[in-house]
Design a protein around this ligand. Structure first.
Ligand code: AMP
Ligand code: MG
Length: 394
């Protein structure tokens, strides 16, 4: 429900052309075609000698080495059936050869080689034939792919020095609260290090986004109003934390209203993160206001904000994966439960998620020992060991 409401209000973000060096972690926005056949030539896959199989068929077992040929050079012609070329993995197979005999299967005497006694090569062996993986012009990658190592390799093969990808929107990660102090300076007993803005930016950076910036604001209506208004003008998405609950100083929903932001929802039946607020500005920019508790703010970011942006960027694969619970979980409140988990391998070698309940939504310390969280749907109290559940990585 919340996912759908957010998705309905997410804008589409433009594409940009980036150098291949900067493409990792972005979402591909073009179809990519093979520049050449793959492999581009008949490629030798073993170090050995290249021969003609018709010579084998005629009973020949000894050959004269007419030269040596490595990868990256034009082919040496064999010429005669009695000849062979000493050849290396990755080399272009000579036109008039069709079979490779590995170096382990020959005996060499000067420029003459003899096949190992009893060894019968299969005609055509150890040659990766041109175009057998893909033909030039065939599609290699589809739009929507998250670009990682194999995609970078595929783009390189395609000859794409520049790539059309989704441009990350500019994101403001804003912590609100009079108690918040940045890392580094002195701190009073009643103050708190502001970890949310840093954690939020880190979650974006981990996903390849370099356009998230941090800010800290006090619980002061005038300061909030003017700073949020400025950031809204400058950035594409606002992600606030703190000030959305029912406290006297929780001004965020009211300020949003004053700034003409339309509330789409306020509160979700979930634990942690119940007070989450989502709205859109008159210009259609999404605004997420997450509860200030560090566990709540990070869970809400990863469960709702990141998947929504990912989909808006055109990604075809979702943010979450499926894992199986290592233990039974009993959870009574009629709320969706986001349970931090540690991933590990059980005695059978299977990946399992062990629940690591936090002390409170403020218990950020225990999160550092977990890998992410699982979603346990509302309306049930018991979840079985081995049951598959949605998993979100921090
Ligand atoms: P709030 O949602 O503003 O009521 O904040 C709830 C709790 O989260 C309070 O204990 C805050 O001190 C704490 N908190 C809020 N923002 C941050 C932040 N940026 N970093 C660490 N803790 C925070
Ligand atoms: Mg607060």
């Amino acid at each position: 429900m919340a996912d759908r409401l957010i998705a309905e209000h997410m804008p589409t973000y433009p594409s940009e052309s980036v150098a291949l060096e900067s493409a990792c972690g972005t979402i591909l926005r073009e179809q990519v075609f093979a520049e050449r056949d793959q492999p581009p030539f008949d490629r030798v896959t073993m170090d050995g000698i290249a021969i003609r199989s018709s010579a084998l068929a005629a009973g020949r077992r000894s050959f004269h080495v007419i030269g040596i040929q490595g990868a990256g050079v034009a082919a040496l012609p064999l010429g005669d059936d009695t000849n062979c070329v000493e050849i290396m993995t990755g080399a272009l197979l000579p036109d008039d050869a069709d079979t490779v005999v590995p170096v382990e299967r020959i005996e060499r005497n000067g420029d003459d080689v003899t096949l190992e006694t009893g060894y019968e090569p299969n005609p055509g062996q150890f040659v990766h034939r041109r175009g057998t993986d893909l033909k030039a012009g065939q599609p290699l990658l589809e739009p929507g792919k998250l670009i990682g190592a194999p995609e970078i390799a595929a783009l390189t093969i395609a000859g794409s020095a520049t790539v059309t990808v989704a441009r990350w929107p500019k994101i403001a990660a804003v912590s609100t609260g009079d108690e918040l102090i940045d890392v580094g300076g002195p701190i009073e007993l009643f103050q708190i290090r502001s970890s949310n803005d840093r954690a939020i930016v880190a979650a974006f950076e981990k996903r390849g986004c370099t356009t998230a910036t941090r800010a800290r604001l006090p619980d002061d209506p005038d300061a909030l109003r003017s700073a949020i208004s400025d950031m809204h003008d400058r950035d594409d998405i606002l992600v606030l934390s703190g000030g959305v609950s029912m406290g006297k100083y929780d001004y965020v929903p009211q300020i949003m209203d004053e700034l003409g932001m339309r509330v789409i929802f306020h509160k979700i039946l979930q634990q942690p993160g119940l007070p989450m607020w989502f709205g859109v500005s008159a210009q259609g920019k999404p605004v997420f206001a997450l509860p200030g508790n560090p566990v709540s703010s990070l869970v809400c970011l990863i469960r709702f904000v990141l998947p929504a942006i990912r989909t808006a960027l055109g990604a075809t694969l979702p943010e979450q994966q499926t894992v199986r619970l290592a233990e039974t979980v009993h959870y009574e409140p009629n709320l969706t439960c986001f349970m931090p988990v540690q991933l590990g391998v059980n005695a059978d070698g299977d990946l399992r998620a062990t629940p690591k309940p936090t002390n409170t939504s403020g218990d950020f310390v225990s999160l550092a020992r977990t890998d992410g969280f699982v979603e346990l749907s509302r309306g049930r109290d018991d979840f079985d060991a081995g049951e598959p559940v949605s998993f979100y990585q921090w």
